[in-house]
Design a protein around this ligand. Sequence first.
Ligand SMILES: Nc1ncnc2c1ncn2[C@@H]1O[C@H](COP(=O)(O)OP(=O)(O)O)[C@@H](O)[C@H]1O
Ligand SMILES: [Mg+2]
Length: 306
Amino acid sequence: MAYIWPIGGGKGGSGKSFLTSSLGRLSARLGKRTLVIDLDLGAANLHTLVGVPYPKKGFSDFIRKKTFRLEDTVVETPFENLFLISGAHDNFDVANLPYEQKIKTLRAIMKLDYDSVLLDLGAGTSFNTLDFFLISQHGIFITTPEPTSIENVYRLIRSIYFRRIRYCFNVTDFKALEDEVVIQFGDGSFNKPECMIKVIADVYPEKYEQLQDAFSAFRFKLIINQVRKHDNAALGMQMSRMLEKHLGLHIEFAGNVAYDDHVHDAICQRVSFLDRYPCTRTACDLHEVGKQIVQPGGQQLMFRYL
Ligand SMILES: Nc1ncnc2c1ncn2[C@@H]1O[C@H](COP(=O)(O)OP(=O)(O)O)[C@@H](O)[C@H]1O
Ligand SMILES: [Mg+2]
């Protein structure tokens, strides 16, 4: 069974695709059969970052039923052990994927026969994006040190938290839960994770236990990308502590990745940054983060409701 790593962040431009391609490349270099999937369908560009200028097939062939098996949409990249499912021919957003197709895709991804599968999820907090994130208990959040990016990634993590709670309730019970939160904590409080979880603990102790198990099984990681010299190097640890305090979620800080103008140069030249600039600080940072992806530890648990 593959380790599936959804990769997301609140904001476009934070480096999700660059990190997906770099981590994919490192995993493949270490001998793991690695597949990267471009699910940022509105803005698909992962193919360019893994050296495939014109993917002949891709995710849309599966969605449009040109092919029945998701694995038949895989293309090779110039790198040994690294494979791609491109989103290049899709002109719709993953947010608009109809429910049936989403479930079909999630199931197909879970059956893929690779050592690691990395999903480039793009920005946003649509239910579909959250469901793709919750496909596995592993996952990577990317942010830059800018407050706008941090706000967005926090919103994404909070949305994932609420979405996971939502899985435990049917529509009627969830509505009753929201009403109870408002009765106990006042207007607008159903948006506050700490209020909602308190009510669940009081009123639905079994579901509370279930959720505690699910949350403690999460092996999510946080990467701060594009870190410049004068940025706060401790930001990742601070965010991790804050998330633990407010959501009770352990999101491990996996490391900083330094800003380097050579990233832009490598992308413009359509070459792999890691190959062209292997001795840079950024390349070393990517290696450090990459080790944790290749050997994540723990058992891979899959999303149970599928
Ligand atoms: N560590 C970095 N150092 C310098 N520039 C970077 C770094 N990471 C990403 N970038 C720049 O940010 C741009 C956007 O990255 P990308 O991965 O496409 O973002 P996203 O997929 O999150 O929208 C890249 O084209 C690159 O120029
Ligand atoms: Mg992208």
